[in-house]
Design a protein around this ligand. Structure first.
Ligand code: ZN
Length: 409
């Protein structure tokens, strides 16, 4: 077989020429795009004749640039935090209180916004974990397990006791609902609980509640906590459901409870959630019912949510502020959080002596003021201030293995 006689028309040369032409075209497009963008930024009166002509010549690009500008503006608006003024807030809360009194089956959905007062960072707020990570900043925070149930957590616990709230569905992993004393049958922690590790080899699944964040070594698709089941010896795993994962654990996720509550709900109150994730869980929104038979939706959030248009009422306020006003309206007291009443201390399984060094996270101090078996030294405490991954991440870079320190397993 002879080679192609003319190099200029060989398939390889043709392909190369084509690729080159494409690259050049892209470069031209980009230049036009930049030019149009620059001209559009100028007030019309200040544009030169050539610039005005360029806009006329590249109408499609002008349209595209305008569309992008609009998208940017909308996005920015959605991220802004909006506050209702005091009178408006009061008026809205009156409506909310009425909904509470009239509801037969009120369900509460909570997100990170209810825990920010407990110094747990939220995800998408201006200082949220996501926002920070997206800007390429490192996330640093005081130790997350130092957080205590907020006024909102304590109020929700009271509302459940008073039978005004039937069920709480939370996407928070901070365990604060449980620690407020909310009974587990009335709680679904859809994305897990940072204090709970489980043995899925045991049947039924065996739960170990701990007094520290068990997730320091776990991440997306990597759930082993480094400890082992005291009954069967299998590896324990955390209960956290990361983005892109499907949570199948019965507890603490309690999907069954969440779905049943949503089925019966006539009012749903969303507190401090962007709803960007929750909206994807179809069973929470009774979308199979005709629109007028769906639960009435009340949303408390500073930022835009994708359910705003469907809401009976959107309240722009901090959860603690709104809930204080609500409890006043309902003439209910909000109890202070008391460590001595925190159920986590009676639920917790102490670490076995050989497990004491299996973690470096701060341990919750029991009400008696005695620290449970703790792995801390002052050096570790210092390091704990920079949070390395864990339950709130998307499985981004995880805790470094410390030199000279063997992991437990
Ligand atoms: Zn086991």
């Amino acid at each position: 077989m002879e080679e192609e006689p003319d190099d200029d028309t060989s398939p390889r040369t043709k392909r190369k020429a084509l690729e080159k032409a494409k690259i050049l075209q892209r470069e031209r497009d980009r230049t036009i795009f930049r030019l149009v963008g620059r001209v559009l930024k100028k007030p019309e009166a200040e544009r030169s004749k050539e610039e005005a002509a360029a806009l006329l010549q590249h109408r499609e690009t002008v349209d595209e640039v305008c569309k992008r500008q609009i998208r940017r503006t909308v996005l920015k608006r959605k991220q802004e935090e909006v506050f209702d003024d005091a009178d408006e807030l009061k008026e809205k809360v009156k409506h909310l209180a009425e909904a509470f009194r009239e509801a037969k089956h009120l369900v509460v959905y909570t997100g990170a916004g209810i825990s920010t007062a407990a110094s747990i960072p939220d995800y998408r707020g201006p200082n949220g974990v996501w926002t920070q990570l997206q800007k390429g900043r490192t996330v640093s925070s005081s130790d997350l397990s130092k957080a205590e149930p907020t006024l909102t957590h304590m109020a929700i616990r009271t509302l459940q006791k008073e039978k005004l709230v039937k069920h709480v569905v939370s996407q928070n992993c901070d365990g604060l609902h449980l620690r407020s004393g909310l009974p587990r049958h009335a709680l679904s922690e859809l994305h897990g609980n940072m204090f709970i590790e489980v043995c899925t080899t045991c049947s039924p699944v065996r739960e170990f509640v701990r007094l520290f964040d068990v997730t320091e070594r776990t991440s997306l698709h990597r759930h082993a906590t480094g400890r082992r089941c005291s009954h069967c010896g299998a590896e324990l795993r955390d209960t956290i459901v990361h983005f892109g994962e499907r949570g199948t654990l019965e507890q603490p996720l309690n999907w069954k409870g969440a779905a049943e509550a949503a089925d019966e709900a006539d009012v749903i109150l969303c507190l401090g959630s962007s709803l960007k994730v929750l909206k994807k869980y179809a069973c929470l929104w009774s979308m199979n019912r005709p629109a007028n038979k769906r639960p009435k939706l009340y949303i408390v959030n500073l930022q835009w949510t994708p359910k705003d248009d469907l809401a009976a009422l959107k309240i722009h306020g901090r959860c603690d502020d709104v809930i204080s006003l609500l409890m006043e309206e309902l003439k209910l007291q909000i109890p202070d959080y008391e460590r001595a009443q925190d159920p986590i201390f009676s639920l917790a399984t102490p670490l076995r002596p050989e497990e004491v060094n299996s973690h470096t996270r701060e341990v919750l101090v029991s009400p008696e003021g005695q620290e449970d078996v703790s792995a801390e030294t002052s050096e570790q405490l210092e390091e704990a201030t920079s949070v390395q991954g864990g339950w709130f991440g998307r499985g981004y870079s995880k805790g470094r293995r410390r030199k000279g320190k063997k992991l437990y397993n």
